[in-house]
Write a protein that binds this ligand. Structure first.
Ligand code: 13P
Length: 250
């Protein structure tokens, strides 16, 4: 019905030799029979090398971010056309590190998402609450607000290009994971929110990934939840053995 996806977000880690070695190690261990799409997101300067190294494998190389602007005087930014010119078809948007450290707003994310969708890209759209928002019972509203503000101007057709990644900020890089029940509860809430606006067909086809301290030891239980369609993995994706072990958890 919908695709399982395992995506490794390498964040600002690995230089060129490390990037290529990690890809080589993942390729060596990748099982022939996989029950998920496999994506990796290296840093921008290495996307082209990573794309070439991953040709003839099931691995899709994706980007961690992109500008909403077409081209021009935006020093330090990377455009959608640039990504596409090196073979990239999918981009992560709205990661909590982009929101919190680089102050990306819901409006920026709406613009980035629309620009990427219009150019035919797939978007892995991240959402998730901070600990205080969960502790005060505001986690559901926080997450649905993020989705509504950035994605609810899209058409049902455009939603085919969206993957949602729920990443509770308190579980990112902390070793603390949402329990399988907490993940399922939020994923179900997200799917229902989208079904209420776009209908069951759109919601049922949407892959919703969980991110936040996913490891080989907890992946199976989290991925077994009915509304969890895979993972967006940070730290554990930087080690080929653990990334592959997570890929086998589906
Ligand atoms: P960790 O798996 O290191 O907690 O990171 C999750 C994440 O932010 C993936 O985008």
């Amino acid at each position: 019905m919908r695709n399982n996806i395992l995506a490794g977000n390498w964040k600002m880690n690995c230089d060129l030799p490390m990037t290529q070695e990690l890809i080589s190690n993942i390729k060596k261990q990748l099982p022939e029979q996989l029950d998920c799409e496999v994506m990796i997101a290296p840093s921008h300067p290495f996307l082209y090398a990573a794309f070439n190294d991953s040709l003839d494998t099931p691995i899709e190389v994706i980007a961690q971010n992109v500008s909403q602007h077409e081209n021009g005087a935006f020093t330090g930014e990377v455009s959608i056309d640039m990504l596409q010119s090196v073979g990239i078809k999918t981009v992560i948007l709205g990661h909590s590190e982009r929101r919190d450290v680089f102050l990306e707003t819901d409006k920026d994310l709406a613009q980035k998402t629309k620009a990427a969708i219009d150019k035919g890209m797939r978007v892995v759209f991240c959402c998730g609450e901070h600990l205080d928002q969960r502790n005060t019972g505001n986690h559901f509203k926080t997450v649905t607000d993020q989705i509504e503000k950035a994605l609810f101007d899209l058409s049902s057709k455009e939603w085919k290009q969206i993957v949602v990644a729920y990443e509770p900020v308190w579980a990112i890089g902390t070793g603390e994971t949402a329990s399988p029940d907490q993940a399922q509860e939020m994923h179900h809430h997200i799917r229902k929110f989208i079904a209420d606006k776009y209908g069951d067909k759109t919601a049922d086809k949407l892959s919703i990934l969980y991110g936040g301290s996913v490891k080989p030891a907890n992946a199976q239980e989290i991925f077994a939840q009915p509304d969890v369609d895979g993972g967006l993995v940070g730290g554990a994706s930087l080690d080929a053995d653990s990334f592959i072990a997570i890929a086998k958890a589906f």
